[in-house]
Design a protein around this ligand. Structure first.
Ligand SMILES: Cc1ncc(COP(=O)(O)O)c(C=O)c1O
Length: 419
């Protein structure tokens, strides 16, 4: 079979070997969990005992991001809910969010009966656009949740400037961005809060888990109480308990995360090196899969995924769907992101679950009327990406990505252009 025959039409694929597996573990993770189990401290860091790995992890993770405090929690959804609650956001308050993100960015305000207001993204980067935030501000706006999409920091200078002028609380959704830096300083330390996820696909994981970061001691104390049934933290200046829930992170997870944290520097550098090589090769190729524009203010990037923009006119008008199918058949796990949040079936009212979302129509959130053209174009037409594990191998591995894209581009005539 000729190498020029596309694998999707029966040819030999560019690559037959899989990319590195995720998650990664070695003896460090095993020892950490065994030690946590044999210590008998499987949880309970709200009691008088000290020496918990979860607390050590929280302090080190926060410091690594240049934040003063770290508050561990069960996942990166409740972290945002807790941050909003600590900031006093409540029913009817508006929280400005981007439409390109996981649904949690918008469902966190909904859990407080606050209204997520979708503001459009930058057409090149897919990140929340400060000008769109400005345009979305009303006299009910109380907060904004910019997302560091795929690990690429959002324009924090622009977002913070708008937030300052309109007195908005800023919660950085950093679920993808462990270790990323903006102008030399850790993300999660720029806004009022940073919110991280350790769910299984994230660049460090315990299967599930979350962390809030903040530089504000009172917020930190409030958040620590809110995730711990309202208990006032030891040594805190709080005088009364807030109405809290049990969102505590168990010690086995904390111990596992401390082990994962020991490799963050090495893995972030490895992904960044492979991403830089892939970026260079794709720019040289100058084909239909274009990397995002560089931004010198991004001084370190955690690649949760490597984002690409599909330009169909550089591939004979081939649809993104068909292009991706053809590249996947060559052995490359190229994919698309989630639909825009307001069209995601998990977010839309159904007969069974309409109460919360449908109830918001009365407050001005009619999802059928929301339209963010830049976000929709990226989600439905141009956006593509490669997951972080593709960047955990060698330069030769990412050269296979480029070879597959090149092959599909050169032989696109073997595919039905309209499909
Ligand atoms: C951007 C973003 N924010 C928040 C979350 C929620 O995190 P978790 O799954 O830990 O609840 C995710 C999770 O995938 C996410 O991608």
């Amino acid at each position: 079979m000729l190498m020029s025959t596309l694998a999707v039409t029966g040819g030999t694929p560019v690559r037959a070997t899989p990319f590195p597996n995720w998650p990664i573990h070695d003896q460090r993770e095993i020892d950490a969990v065994v030690e946590a189990i044999t210590s008998s401290r499987w949880g309970g860091n709200y009691l008088e005992e000290t020496g918990f790995k979860t607390d050590e992890f929280a302090a080190r993770f926060a410091a690594y991001h240049d934040a003063r405090h770290g508050i561990p929690a069960m996942n990166g959804t409740v972290t945002m809910e807790v941050a909003l609650r600590a900031a006093g956001i409540g029913p009817g308050d508006e929280v400005i969010v981007p439409p390109i993100s996981w649904i949690a960015t918008a469902s966190a305000p909904l859990s407080l009966d606050a209204v997520p207001v979708f503001a459009d993204v930058d057409p090149q980067t897919g990140s929340l656009d400060p000008a769109a935030v400005e345009a979305a501000v009303t006299d009910r706006s109380r907060a904004v949740i910019p997302v560091h999409l795929g690990g690429r920091p959002v324009d924090l200078d622009g977002i913070l400037e708008v937030a300052r002028r309109h007195n908005l609380i800023v919660i950085e959704d950093a679920a993808h961005a462990h270790g990323s830096q903006w102008r030399g300083r850790g993300i999660g330390s720029w806004g009022d809060f940073g919110s991280f996820s350790f769910q299984i696909t994230k660049v460090m994981t315990a299967g599930e888990g979350g962390m809030l970061t903040t530089n504000d001691t009172r917020y930190a104390e409030l958040c620590a109480a809110l995730v711990n049934c309202g208990r006032i933290p030891r040594g805190s200046s709080l005088t009364e308990s807030p109405w809290g829930w049990n969102y505590r992170l168990p010690e086995l997870q904390g111990a596992l995360l401390l082990a994962q944290f020991s490799r963050i520097e090495e893995l972030t550098a490895l992904r960044a090196d492979n991403a830089a090589h892939l970026d260079r090769c794709l720019r040289e190729l100058d084909g239909p899969a274009q990397p995002l524009p560089p931004d010198p203010r991004i001084t370190r990037q955690a690649y949760y995924y490597f984002s690409l923009r599909y330009e169909a006119e550089r591939c004979g008008g081939l649809s993104r769907k068909r292009f991706i199918e053809a590249v996947q058949a060559e052995g490359i796990p190229l994919g698309v992101g989630n639909p825009v949040i307001y069209k995601n079936l998990l977010f839309r009212p159904t007969a069974a679950t309409s109460a919360v979302v449908a109830g918001l129509v009365g407050r001005g959130l009619d999802l059928s009327k929301v339209h963010c053209p830049n976000a929709e174009r990226i989600a439905e037409v141009t956006g593509m990406g490669l997951s972080q594990h593709v960047l955990l191998g060698s330069h030769a591995d990412v050269e296979d990505v480029v070879a597959a894209i090149d092959k599909v581009t050169k032989h696109a005539d073997q595919l039905a252009v309209s499909a």
